[in-house]
Structure formats: structure tokens, C-alpha cells
Design a protein around this ligand. Sequence first.
Ligand SMILES: [Ca+2]
Ligand SMILES: [Ca+2]
Length: 239
Amino acid sequence: MNKKAISSLISVVLLVGLSVTSIVLIATYSQDLFKSTKESSEKAIKQFSLERNVNLVLDSAVDTSQVSCSADLNNDKVVDTEDLAILLGAWGPNPGNPADITGNGIVNADDLALLLGNWGSCDAAAQTVSAFTPTNSIEFTVTNQADMTISSFLIKRYKKDGSKEVIQESLPANLGPYQQKKFSFNYQDDGQTDYFELSPIIDDIIPNYNIKFTPKKLSHSISSEDQLIIDEMIKEKLG
Ligand SMILES: [Ca+2]
Ligand SMILES: [Ca+2]
């Protein structure tokens, strides 16, 4: 073989070698590309179907933490004229007396204001709440309009300064499709709560879906008949 023929042969071998390498490289790359595209599209479809179906309705959210039952001095689940009579009877310096609702050692106008402010029926949920432990109880009712079961809820609290904290990482829900249920949770209040955020958890996945809410306070109103009796009692006692 002459020099020219040898050089041509080397060129052919090199070309073939390069082509094979390229084909192998392209094939490997395509396989990876196809695999990752398939995986991410499956993930996208799953996320999309979750988000498409999630639909919660917050029917109510009530802050049931009241000092109402601290003002229920005779423990009959209602704050009324009987409790007022007890409070007026304990008027003045009276450390440790239940009528000292604020716990400052004196039964005075502050305690009277608390009692009147919590006039009426006590809510059962507020039984454990006293004026001294700032534990707030929130009760909320939700309707699940999704066609899947919500296993639990993630609840966050947003503060007025913009910071946030997780109140409940996983509040058990077991809320089936189209079901309505009442839930409750407690948190330590520092007076800085702006609003809460409720996120449903479905099959360990938290869809990009949440409800922001500010609970309503339970309201207590005094009837005009009660007001007359209260005025009379207070006048008689305090002049
Ligand atoms: Ca009572
Ligand atoms: Ca007091």
C-alpha cells in the first residue's frame, strides 16, 4: 500500500469512529431529554389536576376565646345578674377572689367591664380560657368542594409585622368530597395576629391553594331588660 492509500484509510477509520461516537452521544442525550420531559410533564399534570380540583369554602371562622367563663362566677355557663351580684358583693381589695377577673387583687370597674362585656351564654370552647392565659381558640367550618379527600390542614399565622409562624403543621381533617366539618385549634396570642392562612393537604401534597381569614369575635349583647336590672344593682351597690 502506498502512503496516499494509508492516509485515506486512516481518514475513513477516523470519520467512521467520530460518527459512531456522535450517534451514541446523540442517542444518550435524547434518551435523557425524553425521560426528563416525560417526568416533568407527569408532575405538571398531577399538580394541575390537584389545583384544578381543590376548592374549599370557609363557612365560618370564630374566635371563641373569651373571658366569658372567667366571668361566670357561679359556674352555670351563663354570665348574668347572679354573677353580677357575686362581683358586686366582692367589691374592693379581694386577692384570690374569682370575681377579681383581671387578677390584680382588686375587684373594681375593670372586672365589672369584663363581666358586662361577656354578658350572656358562655361558649363551651371558652371554658378553659382565663384572663391570665392568652391562649386563643379558633373554630372554623369548611366545606370541601373538591372530589378528593383532604387529609389534613396546614395553618399559619401572619403577624402585623409581616412575619409568619406555623400554628398547626398537620391538623387532622379527613374531610371527604363535598363534606362540611367544624375544626378548631389553639394558639398563644401576643396581640399581633393579622390573619390566618389555611392550606389543605391532599395525599401528602400541599397544592398551591389556601384561604386567608381573620376570625370573627364572639359577640355578647345585653338586652334592654338586663340593662335596667344591671343599672339598678350597680346603683344600689355603688351609689
Ligand atoms: Ca353564671
Ligand atoms: Ca381586678
